[in-house]
Design a protein around this ligand. Structure first.
Ligand SMILES: [Zn+2]
Length: 408
């Protein structure tokens, strides 16, 4: 396998999570006894450009099918994150009715609806039919395609270049990151701005967030690698912001390489932080697997101990993170009775691989589990607050990453 950015042959695979089904391939009841596709889940780092990447086995088309069930608007903290971003960027770039904003992977319109309210022209790019339809219903035009350099050319011909391109949690999910970046360059107006948010690989390694690895998540990004890719395609990062979302993300602000804006000191400061942490040193990667094994063993030890004394265990959050962890640890429905999730589109289905049933959060009140393992640890505060009533019957929340913790 070759590096997706620089084409160097990869031979530093540092994380092996075994065989896993595509993380969003939720199972219907009548499919439970059918053959289920599982693929190796491995991560490598390129010794030439340091792009951390999932080994390539699955084509993007088969991963993001039209039934792909993730709706951004189900998370209230994510909605308020989007709203405050729109307030700030509108002021900073002085956006108005003559501007054009585009969001790549606009999902159900969770972010662009804030521009619609401000009468700032915008449109979304979103290949997933079910989420695009929701966005259109609230007045956001959506191009139902994957973003690429070819689509960018077409859009410039039809609509002209744009003032602001937004990409939240999409850059790490594109198989061809070079072509995607080339597309950003093409679509961006002179003096225009790009903002991209992605989980920071530094936090993944620091806090052992191995469950953020899944087939659809192709790249694990640092400021170093994004700066390198931007440069190759005539773009520049002039500012970076560290965010707490998804366990620690970066929001980078990009422009054309010859833009008059100077680089903010944040760029150099985060570059330095990455070097100090060891992102450009192979040892940092090679000791990661053993830390992952410890987290898995600790959670399995906890589950077995509680099952032996007759406790009822459930989990919260049927998302990609949980699927990675559950499949890697071989957790079955005999161990965790159900996973609850607020997204109606997932309820009544089963987790890929483990086939643990997905129920509405109301199942917590009916079944009264003793322990609820929060799978999306990045949303733990929100989940604990909303479901604090489990304390009424002595129920407790549990998180496993970065280390096992029981929350009373
Ligand atoms: Zn490379």
């Amino acid at each position: 396998m070759k590096c997706r950015h620089c084409d160097t042959l990869l031979f530093n695979s540092f994380l092996n999570l075994g065989m896993a089904p595509p993380s969003n391939a939720y199972i219907e009841e009548n499919e439970i006894n059918h053959y289920e596709k599982k693929l190796p889940l491995k991560v490598s780092v390129c010794h030439n450009c340091w792009l951390v990447q999932t080994d390539d086995y699955v084509s993007a088309d088969s991963l993001f099918s039209s039934t792909y069930a993730y709706f951004s608007s189900t998370s209230s903290s994510w909605l308020s994150h989007a709203k405050s971003y729109v307030e700030k960027i509108t002021d900073e770039l002085i956006l108005n009715k003559n501007s054009t904003v585009v969001e790549v992977a606009s999902n159900d319109g969770y972010l662009l609806k804030n521009f619609v309210e401000k009468n700032i022209p915008c449109f979304g790019i979103e290949p997933t039919e079910s989420t695009a339809a929701v966005a259109e219903k609230i007045g956001i035009p959506v191009i139902r395609k994957f973003f690429s350099s070819e689509l960018a050319y077409q859009l410039v011909q039809e609509k002209g270049a744009v003032d602001l391109i937004i990409g939240n949690n999409v850059y790490a999910h594109v198989p061809d990151i070079n072509d995607f970046t080339k597309g950003l360059k093409i679509l961006l107006k002179q003096n225009g701005t790009i903002t991209l948010e992605f989980p920071h690989i530094l936090k993944l390694l620091q806090y052992c967030q191995f469950d953020t690895v899944y087939h659809e998540h192709f790249s694990y990004l640092s400021l170093h690698i994004v700066e390198r890719i931007f440069k190759k395609f005539g773009l520049r990062i002039y500012k970076v912001k560290e965010l707490s979302t998804h366990g620690g993300s970066l929001r980078i602000y990009g422009c054309h390489i010859d833009d008059s804006r100077h680089n903010d000191s944040s760029v150099q400061s985060i570059m330095d932080k990455e070097v100090d942490f060891g992102l450009l040193s192979m040892d940092t990667y090679l000791n990661f697997q053993s830390r992952v094994i410890k987290i898995k063993d600790d959670l399995l030890g906890f589950i077995n101990e509680k099952l032996l004394v007759g406790s009822i265990l459930a989990a919260y959050g049927a998302a990609a993170k949980g699927n990675t962890f559950i499949n890697y640890a071989n957790i079955t429905r005999e161990m965790i009775r159900f996973v609850c999730d607020a997204a109606e589109s997932k309820q009544g289905k089963f987790m890929p691989g483990s086939h643990i049933p997905i129920l509405s959060p109301s199942a917590l009140r009916e079944i009264k589990p003793d322990y609820v393992i929060i799978l999306p640890w990045n949303l733990k505060d929100e989940i604990i607050k909303e479901h604090a009533y489990i304390n009424d019957w002595g129920g407790k929340f549990v998180v496993a990453i970065p280390s096992i913790k029981i929350i009373n």
